[in-house]
Design a protein around this ligand. Structure first.
Ligand code: RIB
Length: 322
């Protein structure tokens, strides 16, 4: 069975659904819920729910949050490779507005303790995977190690450079075969690595040729999948490596959704994209992306993060065959 390895964070999410996001100095009443999250774990759950054998490499505290991660991974058939950390398991405080939009603060805790050595010790899983997927709520050197080992074994690498304020350096971009930023993350990367100042809000309506040029400047050797929320996403390939597609750049519309909570929608997208790449290696990349947009859309119809990830059967029942 083709395997996806996800390296990244686990958080215990504490979320409040409010009529609007709180402004500075404001106190609001909201409806509280808690559950599993962390971009890494959400992506691992999404990949497993999409049908891929999944390994999750992370760092956990020896506490209730850590035990929750072990229990949920076992329930979902995820091969959990957790480094024991002295710090408490990661946490996140999330406000969700009536439109499903959110604001998030994370307490990295144990996630900050993931080491390159621990990642390297999972080299067996990484080298035999079809796809390695990572994000940036864990130390950059550990994430570089995961992607570097994957590339050394000819394994596909997908880097979701989230959150936008994380340090995504050149060493990391060099080992990313497919990069999946959202608008804010893309604008931050352009400013840091290309000296281009672009308003994130200007990206969705931007002319495709111009967007393609920006993507090529940022990641000349790889594919960029720029996620644009309700506007779907934009794909930009290197001209001589189209991954089965007929064009070097194109847009993919978002799937319809009755949005309740967008928390983890990007994670659903990334986990499903990695699973689809692993399970159907020969299919055109456009089909991989279309499937990922469906998983992302359906995840927004449910509250929560990891708990909101849909299964392949649920996606097919809602949107039809892939
Ligand atoms: O992407 C959503 C996730 O971001 C949440 O689950 C939260 O834990 C933060 O990591």
């Amino acid at each position: 069975m083709p395997r996806v390895v996800v390296a990244g964070s686990f958080n215990v999410d504490h979320a409040w659904h409010c009529t609007a996001l709180p402004r500075p100095g404001e106190t609001l009443a909201g409806t509280y819920m808690t559950g599993p999250g962390g971009k890494g774990f959400n992506q691992a759950v999404a990949a497993a729910a999409a049908g891929a054998a999944t390994t999750f490499v992370c760092a956990l505290g020896k506490d209730e949050g850590g035990r929750l991660a072990h229990r949920l991974a076992a329930e979902r058939g995820i091969d959990l490779r957790a480094q024991d950390a002295a710090a408490a398991t990661g946490t996140a405080g999330i406000f969700v507005g009536a439109d499903g939009g959110n604001s998030i603060v994370i307490g990295p805790g144990a996630n900050a303790g993931l080491t390159p050595d621990f990642v390297a010790a999972q080299g067996d899983a990484i080298a035999s995977a079809a796809v390695v997927l990572a994000q940036l709520e864990s130390p950059v050197d550990a994430i570089v190690e995961a992607l570097r080992l994957a590339r050394a074994s000819g394994v596909h690498t997908v880097l979701n450079p989230a959150p936008a304020n994380a340090a995504c350096d050149r060493a990391l971009l060099a080992v990313a075969e497919i990069l999946t930023p959202n608008e804010t993350e893309f604008a931050a990367l352009l400013a840091r690595h290309c000296g281009d100042r672009v308003d994130p809000a200007a990206l969705a309506p931007m002319d495709g040729e111009r967007l393609h040029r920006l993507c090529r400047t940022l990641l000349p050797r790889g594919t960029v999948v720029l996620t644009l929320g309700a506007a779907g996403c934009f794909v930009s390939h290197r001209e001589d490596s189209l991954r089965g597609d007929g064009a070097a750049h194109y847009r993919c519309p978002a799937a319809a959704a009755r949005v309740v909570d967008t928390t983890g929608a990007g994670d659903a997208f990334n986990g499903a994209l990695a699973a689809s790449l692993a399970l159907h290696p020969g299919q055109p990349f456009a089909a991989v992306v279309r499937q990922a947009t469906r998983f992302a859309a359906l995840s927004t119809e449910r509250p929560g993060a990891a708990a909101a990830m849909p299964t392949a059967a649920e996606v097919e029942s809602r949107y039809g065959p892939a």
